[in-house]
Design a binder for this molecule. Structure first.
Ligand code: NDP
Ligand code: N5H
Length: 257
């Protein structure tokens, strides 16, 4: 069995900095020989992403701005990708957003705008980018998104993001059903808590990690590298029989009652 991704090209959406889970995924795919295409929400993140990509030992990456709230931006991005590389073999969707002040207190206090914003960026975007990416995945491919346990059960403070992740999980499954006939698989990784820019400022992140270290079967939080390796597996031919699945990369925490 050949594990190499040489000759394959993957779009990675959602690198903000070196702590991003998307960066863990990018490194795993790069190490397997893949060429990478990075997208970022706005020009503010272009330089950090380009600087990070310079640390890779091949200089074959491409960069596009793509704010997923903008249909034209999504369409233009994938048209440009089609013109520039012809075909892609996969896409990692590592994007979420909710208003900071709605990630504490009670879910029931979520505003209409906050609810719609979280669902727009964190769930609908998977449908929108999958549709656009399909036209560039002419050889079949694999789409991977990142979800969290808070979409399956109530996790304190996750609030509207939990409801958006439930929507993301269902979006992933419906997209898997639609795209299977084109040889495109769609799966999600449910990652355990990792300290990233998004997680920054979240009160009590230390105690969340402490709880993982004490109670999760593997007794330690997961790393970006561990999530990256499972994304590599999902992008590779090894997972060719899987679609519509949620894989928990969480030190086993989700099996606990
Ligand atoms: P990061 O803060 O590193 O990444 C979040 C990314 O979302 C940023 O790169 C940001 O892009 C992007 N984003 C937000 N709004 C938009 C938009 N409108 N258009 C395009 N991109 C946008 O955090 P993580 O690595 O933690 O998050 C990645 C994914 O992993 C998220 O889906 C998150 O829910 C999920 N996850 C995280 C866990 C954790 O503990 N950290 C656990 C389980 C799941 P930009 O930087 O360009 O603004
Ligand atoms: C139960 C928890 C703790 C509560 C934390 C919730 C975290 C939700 C994730 C969202 C994506 C965070 C978010 O939108 C933050 C923004 O309001 C402010 N941050 C930014 O704008 C930065 C600059 C940019 C880069 O961030 C984004 N997202 O664009 C959950 C944790 C145990 C696990 C966790 C942290 C899950 C997760 O989904 O990320």
């Amino acid at each position: 069995m050949n594990f190499s991704l040489e000759g394959k090209t993957y779009v990675v959406m959602g690198v903000a900095n070196r702590r991003s889970i998307a960066w863990g995924i990018a490194q795993a795919l790069h190490d397997a020989g893949a060429r990478l295409i990075f997208t970022y929400a706005n020009e503010r993140f272009e330089k950090p992403v380009r600087d990070l990509a310079k640390t890779l030992d091949r200089d074959d990456s491409l960069f596009y701005e793509c704010d997923v709230t903008d249909d034209d931006a999504i369409n233009t991005t994938f048209e440009n990708i089609k013109n520039d590389v012809g075909v892609i073999h996969g896409l990692a969707h590592c994007i979420a957003f909710a208003n900071r002040d709605e990630l504490k207190g009670e879910f029931i206090d979520t505003s209409r705008d906050g609810f719609l914003l979280a669902h727009n960026i964190s769930a609908f975007s998977l449908a929108a980018v999958s549709r656009a990416a399909k036209d560039v995945m002419t050889e079949g491919g694999s789409i991977v998104t990142l979800t969290y346990l808070g979409g399956e059960r109530v996790v304190e403070n996750y609030n509207v993001m939990g409801v958006a992740k439930a929507s993301l999980d269902a979006t992933m499954k419906y997209a898997a059903n639609d795209l299977g006939k084109y040889g495109i698989r769609v799966n999600a990784i449910s990652a355990g808590p990792i300290r990233t820019l998004s997680a920054k400022g979240v009160g009590d992140f230390n105690s969340i990690l402490q709880e993982i270290s004490e109670r999760a079967p593997l007794r330690k939080p997961v790393t970006q590298e561990e999530v990256g390796d499972v994304a590599y597996f999902l992008m590779s031919n090894l997972s060719r029989g899987m679609t519509g699945e949620i894989l928990h990369v969480d030190s086993g925490y989700s099996i606990l009652g």
